[in-house]
Design a protein around this ligand. Structure first.
Ligand SMILES: Nc1ncnc2c1ncn2[C@@H]1O[C@H](COP(=O)(O)OP(=O)(O)OP(=O)(O)O)[C@@H](O)[C@H]1O
Ligand SMILES: O=C(O)c1ccc[n+]([C@@H]2O[C@H](COP(=O)([O-])O)[C@@H](O)[C@H]2O)c1
Length: 194
């Protein structure tokens, strides 16, 4: 059974911070593959500046096509919105559970908010969570400290965000090195975030 790490995000757009983390997890943990799941509508985020699902998918596809262990996933496109991760995990397990063991991947920042996620107890009961370091404020809930299903992986810290990229690109700054080259080309040709 293949071990798959699910990396959920809006990827608006995907940047090298995402790619470094996804590759690090695929190479340096016991995961066999990482699937980057493009979320149409993240529960705590406004949809305002969000690019169309298929454009975000296309950029994730372009970023990962030369990496055999990384795969873009459209699975949430057909599920109800906002997209609660517990529903997606249930759906994926029903569909592919015979061949794949699914775990979650998230930064330490997101772990600090996990107790606010829908049915997070059910998520932890059935799945492992791989956590990478991220600079952030606040404390991790004490029940998550030393939790047997929460696995810390020491990946590099890259403080880049899609918000920064969108904003600075709009302001006419050169943000090209922060994006995989194919993603930059697509974004530039399509005139996104202008
Ligand atoms: N530079 C980074 N290093 C590690 N993890 C990141 C980085 N940027 C985002 N993430 C994490 O990757 C996941 C997917 O990222 P997502 O596209 O949703 O966020 P983002 O890049 O912070 O976007 P935005 O700025 O639009 O909110 C999230 O869990 C987010 O916390
Ligand atoms: O299921 C939930 O309640 C839930 C709440 C917040 C976030 N998530 C997932 O976490 C991913 C990253 O969230 P965000 O807001 O940091 O982009 C997002 O794409 C969702 O899939 C899930």
């Amino acid at each position: 059974m293949k071990k798959v790490g699910l990396y959920f995000g809006t990827f608006n757009p995907i940047h090298i911070g995402h790619l470094v983390i996804a590759n690090h997890m695929a190479e340096f943990s016991d995961l066999d593959e990482v699937w980057l799941v493009i979320t149409p509508h993240s529960p705590f985020k406004k949809k305002k500046t969000l690019l169309d699902n298929n454009h975000r998918y296309e950029m994730v596809y372009e970023a990962t096509k030369d990496y055999p262990k990384l795969r873009p996933s459209k699975i949430e496109f057909e599920l109800p919105q906002p997209n609660y991760t517990v529903n997606t995990l249930f759906h994926l397990t029903e569909k592919y559970g015979a061949d794949y063991e699914f775990s979650l991947m998230m930064g330490e920042d997101n772990l600090k908010g996990l107790h606010k996620w829908k049915n997070y107890e059910a998520i932890l009961e059935h799945h492992k969570i791989y956590v990478y370091p991220r600079i952030s404020e606040g404390e991790t809930d004490h029940s998550f400290k030393g939790h047997p299903k929460i696995i810390h992986i020491d990946a590099p810290i890259m403080e880049i965000s899609s918000t920064f990229i969108r904003k600075q690109h709009k302001a006419g700054k050169n943000i090209r090195p922060l994006l995989p080259e194919n993603v930059w080309k697509y974004l530039d040709e399509m005139n996104f975030y202008r």
